[in-house]
Ligand binder design. Sequence first.
Ligand code: AMP
Ligand code: GLY
Length: 427
Amino acid sequence: MNVLVIGSGGREHAIVWKLSQSKDIKDIYCIPGNGGIEDLAACRDIKVNNFEELISFSKKNRIELVVVGPENPLADGIVDAFTDAKIPIFGPTKKAAQIESSKIFAKELMKKYGVPTAGFKTFFNYEEGKAFLNHINPPYVIKADGLCAGKGAYVVRNNDNGLEILKQLMMELIHGDAGKRIIIEDFLPGIEASYLSFTDGFTTLPMIPSQDHKPLLDDDRGPNTGGMGAYTPIPFVDNSMARFIDKEIMDKTIHALEKEGALYKGVLYAGLMLLDNKPYVIEFNARFGDPETQPILFKMKSDMLPILKACIDGNLKNIKEIEWKEGVSVCVVLASRGYPDKPEKGYVIKGLEDLKDRKDVMVFHAGTRKESGKYYTSGGRVLGVTVMGDDYKDAIKKAYEAVSCIEFEGMQYRKDIGAKALKLIYG
Ligand code: AMP
Ligand code: GLY
């Protein structure tokens, strides 16, 4: 069959790479793709919110499966549009994708159905929010209701700052309409984990837990980014906690969505805070995570195609579990100077050739483009250097050795990806 992947990041390169190994797939297309994806799939430059053109492209190229990477087309209803056109598509409908596109929707759902999450209050009005802030003590978290490309959550440690953020969100509308409604949430100090499950709306099939590194700089300093690196598995979630998360968070949430008339198919991603060995949801995403998907799919042994099809067809219960390669997978993101605010672009990337034939290393591309056989930087997060190692020490060492082969002007990356796991294990 022919497959179309929507998106242009490291996540989409990993999805294309994984699907390219399925023997049942003939041609892979990616819209818009990037310099690395181009080596595996035919890329086309169509706007991902132009559903009409995407559908006509899919019909012309006999696409039998569409996989959607980013959240915006999901929130805009791409799944509804393709389903109406009778083209199988992997991902939630616009209604179900509200689990990510509206934090208030997600929080109210969790509250109603008893999914563990931080306490919160919702505000539609600036003056009411301000009055509330004057009565509580930091730390707390202010979150815009709508999609803000990962920039809509603010951990507040002093009240003046909180009042300023509230004003910027609700009065100055720095994130547009996304900040017209907000939530103020209890701060949960803990360890973060990303938990992704496939689902057909009735059953969930978990992937191995992973951990992202959102702040730009080592030791979780600096501004938040889309994610500067990830690894899997993580030593903070053992089997018994994973089964608890399956039952009390993932299954409960998809059953809640079904009851609310929003059957959820695709990947459900829970951003968790682990506190006193208990998981709390701090956000849901309606899609694969980026960069988490890079180490997760690099470690996945099973063919992903039958899983995606089972989610769409509603028979995921027939797939009992996913097989994984032994060992630890680590992904270090290489970003451009100026990321996340104003990334510089257009520099040549050197050193990729040296890593090309390594079985234990895969360099997934994000912000890159290819021209006359050379790769150039074209965005904030440029590459995800992803490796497999025997254990945490081995995988981290290998990842940074691979990173040292690559060079581009202004390249920046965190030096401490996986350090939290090392600290827990070795002290
Ligand atoms: P979000 O966009 O909701 O994932 O939030 C971005 C980041 O803010 C998270 O990765 C956490 O580091 C932090 N954060 C969000 N909510 C909370 C919370 N309730 N308690 C502590 N930290 C949080
Ligand atoms: N890694 C965070 C996200 O995908 O939203």
